[in-house]
Design a protein around this ligand. Structure first.
Ligand code: SAH
Length: 369
């Protein structure tokens, strides 16, 4: 007997092909799709609207498998960082962020990242490969399942203790889910697998995450951004800007050589968003590098009058990152200048910093660690 094919990650068309191969009608593919993504059931035997023969047939040749969780770190603030080990020993991280009114999952699209932004630990730690759709969707499925009341199945004593002590209500609440594609990797360098996964995430018969609750963050890989704009259903867009002018951006983000700041902003401003919606521009604040009032004024000039909002991210430091976090007064002053110039601005609160789960702190590690 050969290796079983993993059906988790297949889209509607892919499942139709499988069902056709088995001599089954097309509606069976839709039923399987709902089991896999809406109900997130992996056991074919539990798919009760299939006859015994079909269930047996699926079990003998196929599987529905998510990536394996090898560890969970729980932050003081309730954030949980998941480490997944993939079939080739690549490791990826995802983050669950509980909040007052919502729950957010931050997912990875690549093992590591090839972009090498100077302030980001993911890039510093290296790049391994693109993820497959099942590896991207499996992160969401795992986090949703664990957050929705199966804590008991989790063996990590630390997790159980923290959950009992600090999150007594979390397991019962059905707060809305947000998904942010802001983990390891550059999603638009893995366009096909990422968009394949996002379609299933946003599909009402799939994970049913509303498009407005899904945000993709990118440095602005222009050809891929154009393709994303042409998608019939799209996530929100966040652009990693980090500097108000090309010279400084080039020092921080090597990708500026290829896709320039002005072109990225021009493309982002054409991104189709609902009326009143805005494109987010992320700006990581680095002490003494890009956090001066002049930078804020330049940024305001760049974005004033456009459908933009700025999300300031005070640097999450780490030993390997050669920059320091900005002073709180610098953050306030920077935000104040933008607000005075009528540019919408927010400051991102770090989550899970104590477990290296915050922005830019996810990184490849040896599988044995
Ligand atoms: N490659 C995509 C997806 C990663 S998103 C992108 O760059 O947009 C992660 C966000 O966190 C990006 O805006 C990134 O620039 C930011 N970030 C990276 N390192 C950081 C750090 N050390 N502290 C705070 N934010 C960081």
């Amino acid at each position: 007997m050969g290796v079983k094919r993993n059906l988790f990650g297949f889209d509607r068309a892919g499942l139709q092909t499988v069902m056709a191969e088995l001599g089954e009608p097309a509606y069976r593919a839709r039923q399987l799709y709902v089991w896999l993504y809406r109900r997130r059931v992996r056991d074919f035997a539990a798919m009760t609207d299939f006859g015994k023969a079909l269930r047996g047939c699926l079990e003998s040749s196929f599987e529905a498998r998510w990536p394996v969780v090898t560890s969970r770190d729980v932050s003081r603030d309730g954030t949980i960082k998941y480490l997944f080990e993939l079939d080739d020993d690549a490791t990826i991280e995802s983050v669950f962020i509980p909040e007052e009114r919502r729950r957010t999952i931050c997912i990875s699209t690549q093992a590591g990242c090839p972009l090498k932004c100077a302030f980001c630990l993911t890039g510093i730690a290296g790049y391994k490969r693109n993820l497959k759709p099942w590896e991207i969707l499996g992160q969401v499925a795992t986090v949703m399942e664990e957050a929705s009341g199966v804590w008991g199945a989790v063996s990590a004593p630390q997790l159980e203790e923290r959950v009992r002590d600090s999150l007594p209500r979390e397991r019962k609440t059905g707060k809305p889910w947000n998904v942010v594609v802001m983990g390891m990797g550059e999603p638009l360098l893995n366009y096909d697998a990422t968009v394949h996964a996002l379609r299933i995430l946003m599909d009402p018969e799939g994970f049913a995450v509303a498009p407005k609750k899904l945000t993709l963050s990118t440095v602005g890989i222009l050809p891929a951004l154009e393709r994303l704009m042409a998608e019939p259903v799209r996530p929100n867009l966040a652009i990693s800007l980090h500097a108000p002018e090309p010279g400084l951006r080039r020092q921080l983000m090597p990708i500026e050589e290829k896709y320039r700041l002005e072109d990225v902003i021009a493309a982002a401003q054409r991104y189709p968003i609902p009326r009143g919606g805005r494109v987010t521009y992320e700006y990581v604040l680095l002490k003494g590098v890009n956090d001066a009032p002049d930078h804020a004024r330049q940024l305001a000039r760049l974005l004033r009058g456009s459908r933009a909002k700025v999300n300031l991210i005070p640097l999450n430091p780490a030993a390997e990152i050669p920059f320091e976090a900005p002073r709180p007064e610098a953050v306030d002053a920077f935000a104040g200048i933008l607000a005075d110039a009528h540019v919408t601005v927010s400051v991102r609160r770090p989550r899970g910093q104590d477990i290296l789960a915050a922005c830019g702190q996810l990184h490849l590690r040896a599988a044995s660690v």
